[in-house]
Design a protein around this ligand. Sequence first.
Ligand code: UDP
Length: 490
Amino acid sequence: MGSEGHTLSMLFFPLMAQGHMLPMLDMAKLFAMRGVEATVLTTPGNAPLVRPFLDRANAGPVARPMRLRLVPFPSGTGLPEGCENLSSIPAREMPSLRVEFFRAVSRLREPFGWVLGDLLPDCVVTDMFLPWTQDVAAGLGIPRLVFHGTSFFSLCVAESLHRHRPLETLPAEAETLVIPGLPHRVEMLRSQIPNPPEEARELFDQVRESESKSYGVVVNSFYELEPDYARHYREVVGRRAWHIGPVALCNRDDDADKSARGYEAAIGRDDCLRWLDSKGAGSVLYVCFGSMSDFGAAQLREMALGLEACGHPFVWAVRSDGDEWVPEGFEERVRGRGLIIRGWAPQILILNHPSVGGFVTHCGWNSSLEGVSAGLPLVTWPLFAEQFFNERLIVDVLRIGVSVGVKEYAMKPEERRVVDAATIRNAAEAVMGSGEEAQERRRRARELGETARRAVGKGGSSYKDMSNLIEELMEKKKKNAVQAQTPLTI
Ligand code: UDP
């Protein structure tokens, strides 16, 4: 099919997981707002997560309607019936089912090729975890951009660990290591470094190889947030990269866009706003651990007691079906002061409400950046993936966070050491308190939030880098068209 001469067409293919789909949808919307013909590719089970987003965008700010294409999710996988999204796998089953999930997803290679051959877009943006999309796109001469969904900082840390392999020469008794060759001294515990199992390593090798062959990388970040790492990634790691974030800020003008993201929220927008409106400016602590993390009863109980003890109003998104963790009398004691959301929270709506003054986060990159964009100081509580890297950026480099002090990378809730209520209370107090240090941290966070909004505004650093990318792709498209028309001379 292909697009008309003056219009750029792009296909966006996110990994089916909330933390990857949400930013890629925002990204597609941003491109569509700039006149790009944007199509999103997913599977039928994920269509209910995408369609409402596209409908809202198409009724609002986009310059060209965004489209949806579906390919059937492979059948006969080892996954539970109907499971087409990584975020619907409980964390405790994640390590084994994740492998099944990626195996199933790789079977989308052929249907992806059919869609690509039919649409012939000028460019595809696909998730890092879909490395096989590189060869399919290259086979059709279509440039592929990779989307990792994380910070420049953590991309640089991961590359350093891969290139320099510091763990291999680290003395057995050493508990910490300094990540080699980075612009800052970044020190981490050995126990916080991801150690993927053999099956996952193979996937990571494919990711790395496909990335080196790709046209470049789009990063959901802004230059002013991590300038040293934006440069390091381009100049030392050697990737062509465009920073175009924070992409979630494309939802900033509309409460409906802010509240309807991903799953249906477990609280109505008006109820949530009414509760937040009743609290003082900057007084509320928001607690949420992303779309995939859950905790055992012992940890939830300590969290409840910690939040109760810190004395501030709080909104807490809890992913737990049972009640066994609820301390006796807890709900009565915090009634009016604590809002417990059992399930999916309208996170962006909450973070951007003036009564919210701090955010306890697992340091998933979307949540981290959403906290930064809202100008909030953070309590950092990483669990797995690259979350410990993001924690170092937030705490040591940006100095807008206080760590709750998790020492070990652990995917399964039962493998984690319980953080006690007093430690949680202290970290929350450090962020929400009125001391000089807390005020300075708050000031830095507020400034970063303002810079983030400027970055995506007209003429801002991310706005400009997106323009650079669009112009470059347009040039490429024109050259291809000229080449196609030039007769062969013998
Ligand atoms: N999110 C949300 N409500 C929730 C939990 C998560 O809206 O109750 C959104 C959050 O705003 C973010 C994404 O889901 O955009 C989670 O991505 P992140 O990278 O923070 O963490 P992950 O889920 O990938 O671990």
